[in-house]
Design a protein around this ligand. Structure first.
Ligand code: 5GP
Ligand code: ZN
Length: 142
């Protein structure tokens, strides 16, 4: 299904031009217009899924190998020494375009960290209580 109002549906299906790195029947991989580093790319499924929770199993199974393939090509061709596969779900997680996409962010020696956090501290009781809440969430359907 496509969403008439979704810019990534239009880009993925070629209605809006993009700098395309790779295309097959299910995906288009494009360069990000606001790159975090040189070569920052986005994997877009041609079908509209809002986020990872909506993704169908066939698409989900293909996204990670495709990210690995593009990342490996970046290491060969751009001289990056690593890459991040990043995927945001929900506004609070930084998602700004609500059509599932996977970022492939090349990382260069001495470059800034792209995905970073300051490790916090949690007591064992807090970890246990948090785990219990999530386990309860796993048991209940939406
Ligand atoms: P999100 O924050 O939703 O995970 O990522 C959205 C990404 O899409 C951002 O990195 C942003 O730069 C990129 N982006 C937004 N609009 C366009 C566009 O029209 N074309 C391209 N190539 N990238 C876009
Ligand atoms: Zn869409």
């Amino acid at each position: 299904m496509k969403d008439e109002n979704c810019i990534f549906c239009k880009i993925a299906n070629g209605e809006i031009p993009s700098t395309t790195l790779y295309e097959d029947e299910m995906f288009r991989v494009i360069l990000d217009l606001g790159p975090a580093s040189r070569g920052h790319a986005l994997i877009l499924p041609k079908e509209h899924f809002k986020d990872v929770c909506e993704l169908d199993e066939k698409t989900a199974a293909k996204v990670l190998p495709l990210g690995a393939k593009i990342g490996a090509a970046m290491k060969k061709s751009l001289g990056c020494t690593g890459f991040n596969l990043v995927q945001n779900n929900g506004t609070s997680a930084g998602q700004t375009v609500f059509h599932f996409h996977m970022h492939i962010i090349p990382r260069y020696e001495n470059g800034p960290a792209m995905v970073d956090w300051t490790p916090g501290k949690a007591e064992p009781e807090e970890l246990a209580a948090t785990a219990q809440l999530i386990q309860e969430g796993l048991q209940t359907r939406k």
